[in-house]
Design a protein around this ligand. Structure first.
Ligand code: ADE
Length: 418
């Protein structure tokens, strides 16, 4: 079996991590049990480009249990858990092409190795496989019956491709399912971003001024977690509705140029580029910390920071580089890459349970509906979302009310008024 991982000797610890995460992924486990019996993905080759974590391992195990031939490459050069990658190869017979810290060439070589497996289905976190298929592998693109997308940034790209009429196959916007973004983006990113920052810096949130760039689901999640730990949170936004929402949620809202001299910690979660630029770095106080928790490493203008820095001290701690700008030190975390996956372990398994249950069921949906689907972006069917949320509640021993027959009738009639 072809593969490219850092060190197969790491497999033992990787397997322990995978099984630990599995204990917190009961919904995915339930799907895996059903998949084992019914084999809905039988004979389908699936290439996944995801963060190679213990949680992802349990997703690819589930796809394999469903009868798929699965292979996995990384969706980010810094997020691979090398021990998990080794265990997937050794203990679960799944080809993995991913090494933490791989350079750009190796990253793309690995993507292409996954596509060499001739998949009919792909799964992306950031649309890189779809992108390579569209730009350099048209013959392979013609074979794809459907694809799944995990992240906001990827879905934005794919919708733009669909609108421009260049999307070549159907894609399911898994990110846009409520069972994904309301939990993973908000509580997952919220907690794991705090986790990454603290592991990298030992930062105390209480009493600090934390600037959150972007008030989408991820920004909302991180702002609320930081406030919960006692930080004084400032939000920056370009969207007036989101800015108003942040204001009414009780946060100070101002442009980055005003926040720059105030903040102790800056975190970008926008999906856009160069949200923090040299003009902002120059205004920051000595010791300011800057991190990104958006998908791509473009939100902080790192090149711009390098240009204005007199000196760069790499690795003053793990995942921390010091940039000396004038007389001040500015600390950049994880080279401006996803802080939660580079410095910590990504979102907790309990929340990835829902995201990856959605991925697994969306894959089954694509196989079942392959003949009907057109090259377009599809939402996850609501029945799948209902099943997953019900199963998650059940796994947490939470019961909810059922409507009475009278209530059902009331909601479906227009006759009853004041
Ligand atoms: N994205 C964010 N957290 C993740 C995790 N733990 N595994 C895979 N993808 C992720």
């Amino acid at each position: 079996m072809k593969h490219d991982v850092k060190d197969m000797k790491l497999a033992g610890i990787g397997k322990k991590r995978i099984m630990w995460a599995d204990g917190d992924m009961p919904v995915l486990a339930q799907i895996r049990e059903r998949f084992e019996k019914t084999k809905p993905l039988k004979g389908k080759s699936v290439a996944c480009c995801l963060h190679v974590t213990a949680e992802t391992a349990n997703l690819v195990r589930t796809l394999k249990a469903g009868g798929a031939d699965v292979c996995l490459c990384a969706s980010n050069p810094l997020s691979t858990q090398d021990n998990v990658a080794a265990s997937l190869v050794k203990d679960f017979g799944i080809p993995v092409f991913a090494i933490c810290g791989e350079d750009r060439n190796t990253y793309y070589k690995h993507l292409n190795q996954a596509l060499d497996a001739k998949p009919v289905i792909t799964m992306d976190d950031g649309a890189d496989l779809v992108n390579v298929l569209h730009t350099s592998r048209p013959k392979d693109a013609a074979r794809i019956i459907g694809s799944m997308e995990e992240t906001t940034t990827g879905v934005i790209r794919l919708r733009a491709m669909a609108n421009a009429g260049i999307l070549k196959f159907p894609v399911v916007a898994v990110n846009d399912a409520q069972t994904k973004y309301m939990f993973d983006n908000r509580y997952g990113t919220g907690q794991s971003t705090v986790d990454g920052i603290i592991r990298a810096t030992d930062f105390l949130m209480a009493g600090k001024k934390v600037v959150v760039a972007g008030y989408g689901w991820c920004g909302r999640g991180f702002a609320s977690r930081a406030r919960g730990m006692g930080a004084i949170v400032i939000v920056t936004e370009v969207d007036p509705i989101k800015a108003l929402e942040a204001t009414m949620d009780g946060f100070a809202v101002m442009p980055m140029s005003q926040a720059a001299p105030i903040g102790d910690l800056f975190v970008t979660l926008t999906g856009n580029k160069h949200v923090i630029r040299p003009e902002h770095f120059k205004k920051m106080h000595d010791g300011a910390i800057v991190a990104n928790s958006g998908h791509f490493d473009i939100e902080i203008d790192v090149k711009g920071l390098k240009k204005i820095a007199k000196k760069v001290n790499k690795g003053v701690r793990r995942c921390v580089d010091e940039f000396v700008v004038g007389k001040k030190s500015i600390y950049l975390l994880a080279e401006g890459r996803l802080i939660n996956l580079a410095a910590a372990e990504g979102h907790p398994a309990s929340v990835m349970d829902m995201s990856f249950a959605t991925q697994a069921m969306a894959t089954e949906f694509v196989v079942k509906n392959a003949k009907k689907l057109k090259p377009a972006v599809y939402n996850v069917p609501i029945e799948i979302e209902k099943w997953i949320s019900t199963a998650k509640l059940k796994s947490m021993s939470i019961d909810i009310d059922k409507m009475t027959a009278d209530q059902v009738k009331y909601l479906s009639s227009s006759g009853e008024g004041t």
